[in-house]
Ligand binder design. Structure first.
Ligand SMILES: *[C@@H]1O[C@H](CO)[C@@H](O)[C@H](O)[C@H]1NC(C)=O
Ligand SMILES: *[C@@H]1O[C@H](CO)[C@@H](O)[C@H](O)[C@H]1NC(C)=O
Ligand SMILES: *[C@@H]1O[C@H](CO)[C@@H](O)[C@H](O)[C@H]1NC(C)=O
Ligand SMILES: *[C@@H]1O[C@H](CO)[C@@H](O)[C@H](O)[C@H]1NC(C)=O
Ligand SMILES: *[C@@H]1O[C@H](CO)[C@@H](O)[C@H](O)[C@H]1NC(C)=O
Length: 423
């Protein structure tokens, strides 16, 4: 019976291996990454995504500083698989592609730091990277060079390293991730380490909390609904606990659509605005790092609605409360729930450190509207308590309710992100 499928997880912080606290990850990272923005398709080349160069990076940084994102805490400017040269230098050091970063990485880092921003880059645990940033030949990964590359990254002034899982010599993730983590630690520069290994539906292995600050909970987030749905299901896995210094990451947000539509790639096509609002809301309530990969130089309305929403970002950053979890499947007559994770009407919820609550009510079905009811006792609120309910993304009060709140006629993949305060 659907009504009984309720998790009482809000107060549960499962026993966790001690987090690795190096001072940089008290709160989920907020930032931007090259992945779905700086492509040559602007120039009619529809074949590649993830290009980058120092000129566009400066424009992106200026945009983050002036468009309101920085004021809300966005600070990371991260490169994906687009920056490294195809050869190491004669001493075996990894180096930037000189046509893309002629001034070098240290100059770029210094420029960003002067402006109050942070700088991140990408490498792979194997001998080659995954995507090559649209370049035909392999790009070196860090295998065999973990210590040297960590030293190079620290000397350049890197604040964040995303490490992928491509290129051969991928033998034992725990051993290899630990080796890279220790090498980064030994540099003396505190660096955020993101592990990217596509842990789909597996429990996240315990060791990750001892070596990194964030880890992907699923495979790549590709910007189309069937994939977005698998990431949202990743956030539903009860064992994936998160908190200060240990954040579950849903991969890039592509909020607002990409700079261009790459028809040969399923990574960055268009989703609907409802789908962008839904992914943003679930990532946000779950305290995933929010790394947006769309073009923040020219924000669309839905980008502004989400990324500049002060209340939403504050919920994401509320490190003193347990990140949002799946708290149940709504029991409305039109909501079919075959099991807790695969129902039509999942609800995420969370109690915040100021004593208020947040919830995301979803229509997970592909066809037909759904009416979704949140019983307040799923949040731990007494059934006789009246709650003032507020729509966070529309920024409007929905009224006072006792016992439950019902969102009527949500469209397929639509959701509503609520704030609830005792009235
Ligand atoms: C290195 O690890 C120790 C122990 O976890 C931690 O306290 C310290 O902040 C780390 N230092 C850097 C530079 O990451
Ligand atoms: C992608 O394909 C769609 C139709 O399949 C077409 O309308 C659109 O123009 C294409 N976009 C590009 C950038 O080629
Ligand atoms: C910004 O985006 C809008 C809508 O996509 C487009 O019409 C406009 O030309 C863009 N402006 C710039 C400066 O890229
Ligand atoms: C709600 O119910 C509890 C008992 O379940 C009672 O103690 C409390 O006074 C009630 N509060 C209101 C506002 O009615
Ligand atoms: C909701 O309750 C609060 C506190 O009692 C009250 O100030 C507010 O006017 C109420 N709002 C509505 C829409 O009734």
């Amino acid at each position: 019976m659907a009504a009984t499928m309720v998790l009482t997880v809000l107060a549960v912080m499962a026993s966790m291996v001690a987090a690795y606290d190096n001072g940089v990850a008290l709160k989920p990272a907020l930032g931007w990454n090259t992945w779905c923005t700086l492509s040559d398709c602007h120039n009619g080349d529809n074949n590649y995504f993830d290009r980058c160069n120092e000129w566009e990076l400066r424009e992106i940084a200026e945009a983050m500083l002036s468009n309101g994102m920085h004021d809300l805490g966005f600070q990371y400017i991260n490169l994906d698989d687009c920056w490294a040269a195809q050869e190491r230098d004669s001493n075996g050091n990894i180096q930037p592609d000189p046509s893309r970063f002629p001034s070098g990485m240290k100059a770029m880092a210094d420029w960003l730091h002067e402006k109050g921003l942070k700088f991140g880059l990408y490498t792979s645990m194997g001998t080659e990277t995954c995507n090559h940033g649209g370049r035909p030949l392999p790009i070196p990964g860090s295998f065999g060079h973990y210590a040297e590359d960590a030293k190079t990254f620290a000397e350049w002034g890197m604040d964040y390293v995303k490490v992928d899982w491509c290129g051969g010599e991928l033998n034992d993730a725990q051993t290899q991730h630990t080796e890279l983590s220790k090498a980064l630690n030994a540099t003396g520069r505190p660096i955020w380490l993101e592990l990217c290994r596509g842990y789909s539906y597996d429990p996240i292995p315990d060791y990750v909390t001892e070596v990194a600050q964030s880890w992907r909970i699923t495979g790549d987030h590709q910007d189309e609904w069937s994939n977005t749905k698998t990431v949202i299901e990743g956030f539903m896995i009860p064992s994936n606990q998160a908190g200060p210094n240990q954040w579950n990451y849903g991969d890039f947000l592509m909020t607002g659509g990409p700079g261009c539509n790459l028809n040969n790639s399923d990574h960055c096509p268009f989703s609907s605005d409802d789908e962008y609002r839904t992914s943003f809301s679930v990532w946000t309530i779950s305290s995933s790092p929010l790394i947006v990969s769309t073009d923040i130089r020219n924000m669309t309305a839905v980008m502004k609605q989400c990324l500049l929403n002060k209340q939403a970002i504050a919920i994401n950053q509320d490190h003193e409360s347990t990140p949002g979890r799946l708290i149940g499947q709504a029991a409305d007559a039109n909501c079919i729930a075959s099991d807790l994770r695969t129902g039509d009407c999942p609800i995420f919820g969370r109690k915040l450190s100021d004593g208020t609550y947040a919830a995301v009510l979803l229509n997970f079905a592909d066809q037909g509207t759904r009416t979704v009811t949140l019983p307040f006792n799923w949040l731990g609120v007494a059934s006789n308590q009246t709650m003032a309910v507020y729509d966070i993304l529309e920024q409007k009060s929905l009224g006072n309710f006792t016992g439950s709140f019902t969102a009527k006629d949500l469209n397929p993949h639509q959701s509503i992100f609520l704030s609830l305060t005792a009235a």
